[in-house]
Design a protein around this ligand. Sequence first.
Ligand code: DX5
Ligand code: ZN
Length: 221
Amino acid sequence: MIQIAPSILAANYAALGEDVRKVGNADLLHVDIMDGHFVPNLSFGPDVTSAVNGVTEQFLDMHLMIEEPERWFETYALAGGDRLVFHAEAVADPVAAAKRCRELGVQSGIAIKPATAVEPYLDHLEHFDEVLVMSVEPGFGGQKFMPEVLGKVMRLRDAIREQGTSTVIGIDGGIAEATIAQAAEAGVDAFVAGSAVFGASNPAEAVERLRALAREAAGDQ
Ligand code: DX5
Ligand code: ZN
């Protein structure tokens, strides 16, 4: 199923609640957590997450671009996160980390940077509710989409079909009207979009346009 996930990294922080309400037609919200160490930028943390959770019923997909993410799992679960997406590069044992997420009563997700291979995780898909394929180097919004990561999406799609798991394939970075179709054709289910949604004059309409383009390219689902 096609899902559009606006990234609030691109929202207006001085009017965050209003911006969150503007995209009430989206399927989920993507919350980018950055610590200035795992990535060279800072965003927001548990208190902002909790405030966002207070103004929407939407599913919060927590993209944890932080070192030692396991130290923060419980905090973000309590703050209202519905899925904790940690980076493969930041944990020693991704399967153990995913099990910990589920023990906390939330979904598990693993994110992989553009240069990180997906193969080591293909035999463990049942542990991950989402695999988030980065299509830019994590750290900043508004970067150019890297189509070369779509090979990973196709390998993931084949493995998920073969194994029959319900793992969602997400893509994050540079998704816009010009790029979403190629990602949908490759097999992406959940499309993160920051600047393409909140940079638009009407964010809700931007969500609808992106969804329609993805559905068309995927042969409607
Ligand atoms: C980048 C973040 C993305 C970012 C995407 O490190 O993980 O979620 O918000 O922004 P756009 O859609 O503008 O590329
Ligand atoms: Zn993200």
